[in-house]
Design a protein around this ligand. Sequence first.
Ligand code: FE2
Length: 365
Amino acid sequence: MKLSPMSHSSCEPLLSGNHPDLFHRSQVLVVDDDPMICDVLSQYLVQLGACCEVVSNAIQAADLIRSRQFDAILSDIYMPDGLIGMDLLSITLEHSPLTPFILMTGRPTVDNAVEAIRMGAYDYLRKPFNLDYVELTLSRALHYRRLELENRSYQEELERKVEKRTRELQGFLLNSVQSLSNALEARDPYTQGHAQNVTDIVVQLAHEIGIDESHDVALRLAAQLHDIGKIGIPDSILLKAGKLNDEEYEIMKKHAEIGYRILSPIPSLSEVSRYVYEHHERWDGRGYPQGLKGEEIHPISRLLMTAEVFDALAAERVYKKAWSLEKITAYYRDNAGKAFDPEIADALIRLIEQKKLKPRHSTAA
Ligand SMILES: [Fe+2]
């Protein structure tokens, strides 16, 4: 007779029965306070080729379930040490949800059986049991676990492939978009590097205010494409060396809407087209083209606007010198809550103070 609390492990792959490949070296935990049941089951399971761990104490069984993965668990419902089979079932579902859990009891009721299955038990055995029936139930349980593991592995492989393909497509899209943006900048030498600068700033700003990295691709696309609508602005206005008059400025303002119209029919850029449309809206509602206000403007559009203004102020133009970082900081302080979302303006000032943003030299020809 075994010691109490009993615990032992046996594994002698004798390979017998009708399902040798299922039982072969499968890890089966048997939990029962009746030493005779434990002996009978463990000897039978070892004959079938399983590695059998036997525990007569539910607390010890709970520790084992938390620390190891079993291929199947056979557990008595009623045990004398506080925990019962239903508790072990809950622990198994939490720590090892793909392990089939089979409850056993000598005091079966319909309510017990229904409750066990409702809680997630794989099956329910009445004691005394026929060992052939135990073998059949356990072989179905092991088969179920094998299928579930294969299914999970297949899903994980599929997810890895989809993720890899998505990254490749995003890289392809970003490269194409960068080419498009370079084409625009080739037309307007005074803004060369502007899209890339805005991209670098907007990503730093997004991280500074805690926007999740999962938005980086949309941020980069929006930053690269924000001025793409300037393709539709006449050279006489786009390339004018000097300040625009009111009429010219009204035409230039149309670039936000033109950009939206270019991008919105492309399904993968429909979200980005909104940010492009809104990248000249102001927190106080005095921006264009829609005059949106505060949180009506998408947070990414607000980031884009804040970053674009920084790059414009920090760059040298024919009609103006590059602003110093002190002057830019003062400008953002004055305009937080007016032109800019105050939280984003504060984040930009922090980046300047941390020397993460620097003035850039004009690359104008
Ligand atoms: Fe713009």
